[in-house]
Design a protein around this ligand. Structure first.
Ligand SMILES: N[C@@H](Cc1c[nH]cn1)C(=O)NCC(=O)O
Length: 451
């Protein structure tokens, strides 16, 4: 290859090199999701190892998510300053050290510190990947590559649900967590060796952090109702799936529904696959109908509510068909939550996109940690802290999700109204969906009048 060709290849956006760099960053996110979800598959083992009840077990995940959510905005600021490469490597190393600690922890203190480290490293990873994408791909491809990043990253759950669960069931706790730590170390080295912040620069250092600018960006991003619409979108769509994958899905399927570990792992894998198929479909709908994104969000929430409704209303244990409907509905939550980031991107100027993205990303994780804790407390209250739950205990505990869904939907409807008002003031009028559908002959005008 001649020097000129090599320079073009090195700086080309969207080419093979871009995909290779993205793949390396993505592998760090996949492993972050593996670490994040590892306690979900190890939940029952953790209860035995540390002699704890459901509430204490839930507190581990809650703490991890608290750290994750609390660090979103500060990490966004650090990202602007230090770039994706340094944050991805740091995140991978921090998570690996947390998993190593967990491997040898035989008391609660070690386990708690381990989960804090996992939450902190995890907080650095996804938004660093999102930050890398516009540097490496043409603008028009950014939404699709972002969706792909979110979707493919969830393969980390498959790594927890299948190989990690197999290691737990076979060689046991220490081998499983040491293996997870080793995987983390591997992706850290890979990123250190091969990741580049931009096509032109290996490391891209941003402007020094100023408290005044930070305050301004935070205020402006928060004050735009579009950012808060993103936050409520992320809050409402993501939490049911996260609670399922991260903490209560596995115990619910095994202890509640009476499935084997293998079948539960298969259902958790299906949950990820549904997201992988649903993501691009949702992406296409959103791309074609950008002014109807909130309806896609509400449809995803309705599917989640329906899925849980069927399981809860079913007398006793639900048949496999009903569990499949639940898993398919939950699988749509992750791709649905990516619409939250789309709201952040389209309602904010590029210079405060990192801040707005951080704010949006807090939503789903706050909703998840609240739900995980509440489910744990309800289970504990029903069983007196013993891990011998039955299906009724889970049905009662899982019903708490409807309260979070209701709060989220109210948040979406309110901020959507405010965002539309702001758009109207800027000359963009969004017609009510019924009117738009009526124009296409979906409803008669008399029915609209009554609606
Ligand atoms: N909504 C997720 C990403 C996603 C996409 N499809 C399924 N999940 C999200 O917000 N991710 C943030 C993170 O750190 O994982």
């Amino acid at each position: 290859m001649e020097a000129r060709e090599r320079t073009e290849w090195m700086t080309m956006r969207g080419g093979a090199r871009a995909w290779a760099v993205w793949g390396i960053a993505l592998s760090a996110y996949v492993v972050a999701v593996l670490h994040r979800t590892s306690l979900g598959v190890a939940g029952l083992d953790a209860q035995q190892r540390f002699g704890i009840g459901a509430g204490a077990l839930a507190s581990f995940a809650v703490l991890q998510l608290l750290v994750y959510a609390g660090l979103q905005v500060p990490v966004g600021v650090l990202l602007d300053r230090f770039g994706s490469l340094r944050l991805i490597v740091a995140g991978a190393l921090i998570m690996a050290s947390g998993q190593l600690l967990m491997a040898f922890a035989d008391g609660l203190t070690g386990a708690v510190i381990a989960r804090v480290l996992v939450g902190a490293g995890d907080a650095m990873t996804f938004i660093s990947v999102l930050r890398l994408v516009p540097q490496w791909f043409p603008t028009k491809r950014v939404p699709v590559v972002n969706q792909l990043s979110g979707i493919v990253g969830q393969l980390g759950q498959v790594l927890s649900a299948v190989p990690l669960a197999a290691l737990l069931a076979g060689p046991g706790w220490t081998t499983a967590f040491v293996s997870a730590a080793a995987t983390g170390l591997f992706v850290a080295i890979l990123a250190l060796v091969a990741l580049h912040d931009t096509p032109e620069r290996r490391v891209n250092t941003g402007a020094a952090i100023s408290a005044r600018k930070l305050g301004q960006d935070l205020r402006s991003a928060w004050q735009h109702p579009g950012t808060r619409l993103g936050l409520w979108t992320h809050f409402t769509t993501q939490f049911t799936g996260t609670v399922f994958a991260l903490m209560w899905g596995y115990p619910f399927l095994i202890a509640g529904e009476g499935l084997s570990r293998g079948t539960a792992s298969t259902l958790l894998t299906l949950f990820v696959l549904v997201g992988m198929i649903g993501g691009p479909l949702i992406g296409v709908v959103v791309q074609k109908h950008p002014l109807r994104r909130s309806w896609v969000v509400l449809a995803v929430v309705a599917a989640n509510a329906l899925g849980w409704g069927l399981v809860i209303a079913w007398p006793g244990r639900a048949p496999m068909a009903v569990l499949l409907i639940l898993v398919v509905a939950l699988g749509l939550g992750g791709p649905g939550s990516m619409i939250g980031f789309e709201f952040a991107r389209t309602f904010n100027p590029p210079n405060r996109l990192g801040t707005a993205t951080g704010i949006v990303n807090v939503g789903g994780f706050v909703a998840s940690l609240v739900t995980i804790e509440l489910v744990g407390l309800i289970l504990d209250a029903r069983t007196g802290g013993r891990a011998d739950y039955d299906i009724t205990d889970f049905k009662v505990a899982m019903s708490v999700q409807y309260a979070l869904m209701a709060i989220g939907v109210l948040g979406i409807l309110r901020t959507r109204r405010l965002a539309r008002r702001r758009m109207a003031a800027e000359g963009v009028h969004v017609r009510p969906l019924r009117e738009a559908l009526a124009d296409r002959g979906w409803f008669s005008s008399e029915r609209i009048g009554k609606g």
